[in-house]
Ligand binder design. Structure first.
Ligand code: 13P
Ligand code: SF4
Length: 293
């Protein structure tokens, strides 16, 4: 299928390679990208990120053609939630809301009462009336949200992002030693011991906004290194260092500039979600958009 560039909105996540971010119409975190897709009047969306993100956009915008530059950029965390786990908790716990992190499959989202991203999880969960919250799959984001909402009971999933979970306190301490006076920005998917040392914990967009406003000049960044492209672009004169040399999500890096260009030469993979699954997932995604306002 031939796609005219003018008919397409190219969205890229902050973890995409810099050349892809530079070529995109809009770069953002998973929440901002979903919002941008919903607002767009373009009939085609080319999504430069991992599969679940393109899938969420297709679910929210079923009338649009959503294309992924590569078919196999997967998120390991998104595959760590089990349907059985949710069904069991639903049967056994009363006064319960099932909150599913956006890094999950459409089938898991379809079982949720609401979806959240790291940018809006605290706000969305705080607005739920239920006392008991089943939060899956990310245990680190879940624990971060739970710590801020002590009035709720949390049942946390066991999933984790292998890229963020591997961040260690000793790496962070070594980074502080190399850059005394720097502030630590941590993605909420990092382990508790790392989050506890951070000046800011949240989504990638939240980390960028914090750095932009902060008077500090040096920052340690505990998230995927692609984020440094936007941090440096938005904060000239400030210095950013990842807390480890290879802070890389290999799947995000599969989405190369060559793969993006190939979409406009007839390539790309069309995102399709079976309508019954999409219907359930859409309800939970739309509820997120409403509660996050
Ligand atoms: P954001 O919601 O900050 O975009 O994070 C998505 C993600 O995959 C983090 O690893
Ligand atoms: Fe998934 Fe982790 Fe990659 Fe984010 S960094 S897309 S959570 S594997």
């Amino acid at each position: 299928m031939h796609i005219e560039r003018n008919n397409a909105l190219v969205l890229a996540h902050y973890y995409a390679p810099p050349a892809v971010q530079a070529a995109a119409d809009f770069v953002g975190d998973s929440f901002a990208l979903a919002q941008q897709a919903v607002r767009s009047d373009k009939p085609v969306i080319v999504f430069c990120g991992v599969t679940f993100m393109g899938e969420s956009v297709k679910i929210l915008c079923p009338e649009k053609e959503v294309l992924l530059p590569v078919p196999d950029a997967r998120c390991a965390l998104a595959e760590m939630a089990a349907e059985q786990e949710i069904l069991h908790i639903r049967e056994t716990v009363e006064d319960l809301a099932v909150v599913v992190y956006v890094n999950s499959s459409a089938r898991i989202k379809a079982l949720a009462d609401v979806v959240v991203t790291s940018a809006n999880a605290v706000k969305v969960v705080s607005r739920l009336k239920e006392k008991n919250i089943c939060f899956i799959p990310d245990k680190n984001l879940g624990a971060f949200v739970a710590a801020q909402l002590p009035e709720k009971n949390f049942i946390l999933g066991h999933g984790y992002c292998p890229v963020h979970e591997g961040t260690t306190v000793s790496e962070v301490e070594a980074s502080f030693a190399a850059h005394p006076g720097a502030l630590l920005l941590a993605h909420a998917e990092c382990p508790a011991a790392v989050r506890e040392r951070a000046a800011f914990v949240g989504s990638t967009a939240g980390m960028i906004a914090f750095a932009e406003k902060s008077a500090a000049r040096e920052f340690l960044v505990a998230t995927e290194e692609g984020t440094l492209y936007e941090l440096s672009r938005r904060c000239p004169g400030k210095a950013f260092f990842t807390t480890r040399a290879d802070f890389v999500c290999a799947d995000m890096k599969k989405v190369t500039k060559a793969a993006l260009d190939a979409v406009f030469a007839g390539g790309g993979t069309r995102v399709e979600v079976e309508e019954r699954t999409a219907e359930g997932a859409r309800r939970a995604l739309v509820r997120m958009l409403e509660l996050a306002q």
